[in-house]
Design a protein around this ligand. Structure first.
Ligand SMILES: Cc1cc2nc3c(=O)[nH]c(=O)nc-3n(C[C@H](O)[C@H](O)[C@H](O)COP(=O)(O)OP(=O)(O)OC[C@H]3O[C@@H](n4cnc5c(N)ncnc54)[C@H](O)[C@@H]3O)c2cc1C
Length: 450
């Protein structure tokens, strides 16, 4: 990623974190976390990030990077120094021949998707929310749901990270493979990602369809579906074992019903959502309004309305991934769990990922994987506990937490069990950040998460 090849093409939209600089209190998506760091820094250049990190290290403070703040995991929270990437938001170069793009870490996924689309390019598989920053998405192995592709971290060709000593280190073809493996999914533990080079593909045409069935039919049909469709998203209703599958079929050229690939799958929503995004209404805001209304209607039907302005409910999400070979076992364990018995009518999603040997801490680091995802509107006082028994079930299978979704901190033993190459990650981390400036784990001088 040489400076010579970088060329500024388009600024990305500013994030609300900028507006929150004065009050110094930071709130994340759905107010899941509120915290007041000792320093909130909003650097507009890599040099400013270096200065902020060096000053923090000199003062013995810890540092957490923050993108759009849409993670449910507590790792974004810090009492010390929060480095927001909201002003690092340039798309530097798009190379349609080499099929790469170079972006600042604070660029939003939606802005990048639009800029690539203008050149008939796309990331190979997109996650759902366009508001997230590329840095935040890569740090947490954010992903779409495709049996043919991995996570956004897997698309990273190289990246620049500001280390604890203020040095900018590039991880890529010129660094050791161990360092690049560690950096691709590090949850900010190596330093602040400031710039990334990602692989892109020619933008495919896709056709949306849905299938409705029962669980037994899905289990019989799934192997064939995973072969035939580019993207597959399963919604399984607990208790009733009803299945709704959303599918995207890929084509290299347009045809009846095909449209250019975007993160919004349903053709009916696509145009409206994209129009509203363009006038500054974020997809997360739209989702909150839509799903609060739906939640309100559901609650009214059950006669359990609450008087609070937001109906006393918040959206929470938890996801654990297991190897695809354990899909059947995982379905059985979830199906027979107390969690399923206590939550009839609620939906568990299944998301699919192809094996990529490109990171130590990605969900698909040692084989194809399936993520079991919960995205529920829950009672606010229960937000940290509502998924506890689901989490136990998934941990009992060595499940891997989604680093950007709610989870209780894994113990060292759980990390070793879930990530076979954890020790290799830890060796790189200790070498690059020996004092634990960016660590998310307790044990050294952590006041942050785990
Ligand atoms: C409505 C909604 C839908 C979602 N849908 C999906 C989905 O479809 N698929 C999926 O996989 N996930 C999904 N997520 C999760 C989301 O993609 C992740 O939480 C992602 O990390 C959010 O990016 P962000 O910019 O908001 O990061 P933040 O929340 O700001 O940060 C997340 C983590 O990354 C670290 N970090 C952020 N920026 C940097 C940086 N520059 N350098 C180093 N570390 C950094 C932070 O310290 C923190 O630990 C969804 C979230 C929401 C709210």
């Amino acid at each position: 990623m040489s400076e010579a090849e970088t060329r500024e093409t388009a600024p990305s939209s500013p994030s609300p974190a900028q507006a929150e600089a004065q009050p110094r209190q930071i709130t994340t998506y759905e107010d899941v976390w509120r915290f007041r760091p000792r320093r909130l820094v909003e650097p507009a250049s890599v040099d400013e990030v270096r200065v902020a990190v060096r000053q923090a290290t000199a003062a013995g403070l810890r540092v957490r990077a923050m993108g759009f703040g849409s993670s449910w995991a507590r790792h974004v929270v810090t009492r010390d120094v929060c480095v927001s990437t909201s002003r690092l938001n340039r798309i530097h170069a798009i190379d349609p021949i080499g099929k790469t793009v170079i972006v600042d870490a604070g660029v939003r996924l939606g802005d990048l998707t639009r800029a690539l689309a203008d050149r008939n390019l796309s990331l190979p598989s997109l996650s759902f929310l366009p508001d997230v920053t590329i840095g935040g998405a890569v740090a947490t192995a954010t992903h779409g749901t495709s049996p043919h592709w991995g996570t956004l971290s897997d698309f990273v060709r190289s990246m620049q990270v500001v280390l604890a000593n203020g040095e900018v280190r590039e991880f890529g073809p010129a660094s050791t493979p161990q360092e690049l493996h560690a950096a691709r999914v590090a949850i900010g533990m190596l330093g602040v990602i400031v710039r990334l080079e990602l692989e892109v593909v020619e933008r495919p045409w896709v056709r949306f369809s849905q299938e409705f069935s029962d669980l037994a039919t899905l289990r019989a049909r799934l192997p064939a579906m995973l072969q035939s469709y580019e993207h597959i998203w399963v919604h399984w209703t607990l208790g009733e074992d009803r299945i709704m599958v959303e599918l995207l079929e890929k084509s290299a050229s347009p045809g009846p019903g095909f449209y250019p690939y975007t993160p919004v799958w349903r053709p009916s929503n696509r145009v409206l959502v994209q129009m509203l995004n363009r006038v500054g209404i974020s997809t997360s805001a739209l989702l909150q309004i839509r799903d609060r209304c739906l939640g309100f209607i559901k609650a009214a039907k059950r006669g359990s309305l609450r008087p609070a302005g937001n109906n006393g409910k918040v959206f929470m999400s938890m996801q654990y991934a297991v190897p695809a070979a354990q899909l059947e076992t995982a379905i059985e364990r979830i199906r027979n769990s107390d969690f399923a018995r206590q939550n009839p009518g609620q939906v568990v999603e299944m998301k699919f990922l192809r094996h990529q040997d490109s990171s130590y801490l990605g969900p698909n680091c040692d084989g194809d994987a399936v993520g079991f995802n919960l995205w529920w509107l829950v009672d606010e006082p229960m937000k940290y506990t509502v998924f506890a028994s689901f989490e136990q079930t998934m941990k009992s299978m060595g499940g891997r937490p989604h680093w950007g979704k709610y989870h209780t901190p894994p113990t060292l033993a759980e990390m070793q069990a879930a990530f076979p190459r954890w020790a290799e990650f830890e060796a790189v981390r200790r070498r690059l950040d020996p004092d634990g400036t960016f660590s998310i784990f307790r044990g050294d001088r952590s006041d942050t998460a785990a």
